[in-house]
Every structure is written in C-alpha cells, then in structure tokens.
Design a protein around this ligand. Structure first.
Ligand SMILES: Cc1ncc(COP(=O)(O)O)c(C=O)c1O
Length: 494
C-alpha cells in the first residue's frame, strides 16, 4: 500500500525547473552559443589535452543534489569546450570539417525541444512527411529514379553499412561466402568496417588500383572481375567514390555504372563528402552518372552546412530497404504503416530516431537553395585559388590536383635537397607546428607513400584571407623547422 505522503507526491509531476527558470536558462544557453559563434573567427582554433589533465579537471562523482545551470554552463565552457577544436572555424581545414548554418542549428534545437519520435508514421506523421520531402530533394538533385527510397542516418558510416547490407541481402545464403566486393584503393575505411560487420572475410574485399589522380580504373576492375569469375568466385558489388576522403577524387561513375550493369554488379557510390557538388554545373558534370547507382551514401553534415548528425542512404530499388530491415514484433502491431506511409525504422538500423530531417528542411527553406549552390561554388573556387598559390610558390609541391574542394600538397622548398623520408618527417612536423599556433588546423595523409597535407573547404565562413594566412604560416613554420633541424645537426657530435 502506498502511504498518504507517497500518494500526495504522485499526484503532482516530479519537481523540475520551472517555466521561468527554463526561460532564463534557455537565454543563458542561447547567449553562450551566439557569443561563441560571433567571436569564432577570432578565437584560437582549439586545443587538446591529455587524459590525465582532463581527469583532473572533470572527474567528480555525480552530485546527489543538482546545481544551478549557470555554474554547470560555466564548467562546460571552460573545461569541456575549452578542450576541443572548433571544427567550424574558418581556418579548420582538417579531415572533412563541418560548418553548420545557423538555421540548421536552430532546427536541431527545435528537434531536441520537441523530441518527436521519427521511427514510425503513427507517432510522427508530420516529421515522416518532412523526411520524405527531404529525401525527394536529394533524389531529384542526384538524378535518381522515382522508385528510389532512402533514410536519414547518423552519418556516412551507417549509410555505407545499410547500403552494403541491402546489397548483401540480394545474394542467396549459399553464395555469400564466395561473393567479392570491389573497392577503390581510396575508399573510406567505413566501407571495410561495413564489410566486416556484414560478415565478409577480408579476402572477399578486393582493392582496385586508381589512376595518377586517384580515380578508380574501370579497366583494372574489369580485369579483376574476369580473373575472379575464372577462379570460381562471385563478383558481387563495387564501391566507388564521389569525393574520396583523401583527395576529393570522383571515380568515373558513368563507365562504372555501365560496367556494373553489364556484369550484374551492385554499384554503391560513397558520395558522403562530394554529393552537394551536383548543385553546380561543374559538379554535375564531374558526378555525371551518380543517379544510376544502386545505392548512394550522402552526408549532409559534411558539405551541406548541417549539424552533426546527418547522413543519408538512397537505394535505387527502394523496396529493398524494407525487405532488409522491416520486422513486425507483437509490440509494434499498432503502428503498421498505411498505404503510402513510411515507418523510417523499417529503412535502417535504429528504431528510436530523432527528427533529423527538420534541420535540413528548415535550413533549405530559410536560406534558399541558391545559398547552398553559392557555398559549393565558393568552396571549389577557394580550393582552386589555394592550388594556384601553392603551385606558384617555390616552397610547395602539389601532390594531387584539386578535386571538388580538396587540395593535397607538401612543403618541399626547392632550395633544399631533402630525401623522401626527410620530407615526410618535415611535413608531419609541420601539421603539428601549425596546429600549435592556434591559428589554423589541417591534416595529413599518405599519397603513394608520401606525406601529403590536405586543405578541405566546406565552410561558408572561410575567406581568401584565411587561405592566405594559412599558406603564409605553413611557409614560415616550414622554414623554421628546417633551420631548427639544420642547427640540431650542426650541434650533433661528430
Ligand atoms: C567518403 C566518406 N565516406 C564515409 C565517411 C564516414 O562518414 P561519417 O563520418 O559521417 O560516419 C566519410 C567520413 O569522412 C567519408 O569521407
């Protein structure tokens, strides 16, 4: 039996911050974010810290009694946000950065504030319809046929996994152990992880060489498929890039689509980064043929100014998504979708899903598609300009010409005779030196065994001045590193 006191407590909701307190706290949080965004270009780019340091700063038992929001916000601002990089900073060029637009950030806030359940139509028909609209926009831009269906995911890795799962499910169980997946040597590693998750043996993943600008070579693919057929294997699927992570390279999609059709291979295009290029004529011709793929990965949280997390997968024969993912347990019997309705939980891995489409829908409606076209064009032009500057300088070698909005190069001053291993060590040191200035951040990769520096442009805030400053810093720091190395070798005892 419950006591009278318990009954009295249960008659009211659990005490929780009051509406007035909520308003004050929302203002405090909004002020913090707005000030953060306003001052972003002048802020240092960020910093990391060791585990030991962060343990010392942050480890404490969860308080039994709660604290006031401003105190926790202050701790967040100093100890947490103070030890992270500002990936939306105009001079953050590392990996594939992200620079969400403000309307996308507002959409995320509305999404959290309403917390609609975007898994089944019955619980959130409006949000499901918005997701359908956003998917239709993407299909239209990419030139996919009407039967294409999709789902918004947490990112490109999840999208690649969903695509390969759907492709795998086309194979009879008896054939799965001899199926071969062909992947560009320049694939993203999430493809290998997806292959592992769906149960492929490493020998079933076959790398295909790329040409001198890192695009998959269709002739090499044909040769390998022929060889594998003769060896009794089952050529099954191809993963091509539309914007490789290292270089931005776009594989020859039309020839690959033709070839895959002829050879009965599933073509998956990983366009996680490069897909928004279809919004401008230059990108449309580079990505021509993408709409013929059996499946496509696209990440709005990369080059489409969205907050994390926003990925997407499109499947040409859309019904295959429900074939692979829909299950009907008893406790879901009330939420069967009606005609034309979609339970997005039937299209992927998650049942409980946030309303991811909201921020995309909201930002396109508020900013207009022309803003996104300008973003894509601007990023390509900044990359083009950076490449010109690097080519004109006696201090740099361009290691891969610009693809989309990525340029790969290295510091290799003509006045010094340096071996390949010295150049590699120098360029790795340069990445770190630049980061430690707090002014700019770029990352490195390996291209044909050579350490390459990458500039990746996705940010609407980035200006010519930012590129100029970054190349200037790289020149200055690179020469300082060489002078230091020379003086260290002079000091070395004979
Ligand atoms: C080409 C490509 N595919 C897939 C991914 C994985 O996407 P996510 O990090 O959103 O999971 C990335 C990430 O950088 C990528 O560049």
């Amino acid at each position: 039996m419950l006591s009278a006191d318990q009954l009295r407590q249960l008659a009211e909701p659990l005490p929780h911050p009051s509406p007035d307190q909520q308003r004050d706290w929302a203002h405090a949080a909004a002020s913090y974010v707005l000030e953060h965004l306003r001052t972003l270009p002048e802020q240092p780019i960020g910093q990391s810290a060791s585990r030991a340091r962060l343990e010392a700063l942050l480890r404490s038992p969860p308080p039994e009694q709660g604290q006031d929001f401003p105190a926790v916000l202050d701790e967040f601002a100093r100890q947490v946000a103070g030890h992270a990089f500002r990936i939306n900073h105009p001079r953050f060029f590392a990996f594939i950065p992200a620079a969400p637009s403000f309307p996308s950030q507002l959409g995320d806030w509305l999404c959290a504030g309403t917390n609609f359940f975007a898994g089944v139509w019955l619980e959130a028909a409006g949000p499901a319809q918005v997701e359908l609209l956003v998917l239709d926009w993407f299909k239209d831009w990419l030139g996919c046929p009407p039967e294409t269906q999709g789902v918004l995911t947490g990112g490109g890795s999840e999208a690649n996994l969903i695509a390969l799962t759907v492709a795998r499910d086309r194979l009879p169980f008896a054939d799965r152990a001899r199926a071969v997946l062909y992947v560009s040597e320049q694939r993203h590693w999430s493809v290998d992880r997806a292959a592992r998750i769906i149960g492929l043996h490493p020998d079933q993943v076959q790398g295909i060489p790329t040409d001198d600008v890192f695009r998959l070579r269709p002739a090499a693919l044909v040769e390998q498929v022929r060889h594998d057929r003769t060896a009794g294997k089952l050529p099954w699927a191809v993963v091509a890039n539309a914007g490789a992570t290292n270089t931005g390279a776009v594989d020859p999609l039309t020839p690959l689509a033709d070839l895959c059709r002829e050879c009965n291979l599933w073509l998956h295009v990983d366009a996680a980064y490069g897909w928004p290029a279809v919004l401008i004529p230059e990108g449309q011709s580079e990505l021509a043929g993408i709409g013929q793929a059996n499946s496509i990965t696209l990440d709005p949280h990369k080059w489409f100014a969205q907050t994390y997390e926003a990925g997407c997968v499109l499947i040409r024969e859309g019904h295959r998504l429900t074939d692979s993912f829909a299950l009907r347990p008893d406790y879901m019997q009330d939420v069967l979708p009606g005609a034309g309705e979609v339970n997005f939980a039937d299209h992927g891995i998650a049942l409980t899903r946030r309303f991811r489409a909201l921020k995309i829908w909201l930002s396109v409606k508020i900013l207009g598609l022309s803003w996104f076209r300008s973003l894509i064009d601007r990023c390509c032009r900044l990359a083009e300009w950076a490449e010109d500057q690097l080519r004109q300088s006696p201090d740099f070698d361009v290691l891969c010409p610009r693809h989309l909005s990525i340029v790969c190069f290295r510091f290799a001053p003509r006045t010094y005779q340096l071996s390949e291993s010295e150049l590699n060590a120098l360029n790795l040191a340069l990445v770190e030196s630049l980061r430690l200035t707090g002014r700019a951040f770029l990352s490195s990769t390996l291209l044909n065994g050579r350490v390459a520096l990458r500039l990746c442009f996705v940010n609407w805030r980035t200006t010519l001045g930012d590129v100029e400053e970054t190349i200037g810093l790289l020149t200055q720091l690179g020469h300082e590193l060489l002078v230091d190395a020379a003086s260290r070798s002079r000091e070395r005892p004979e």
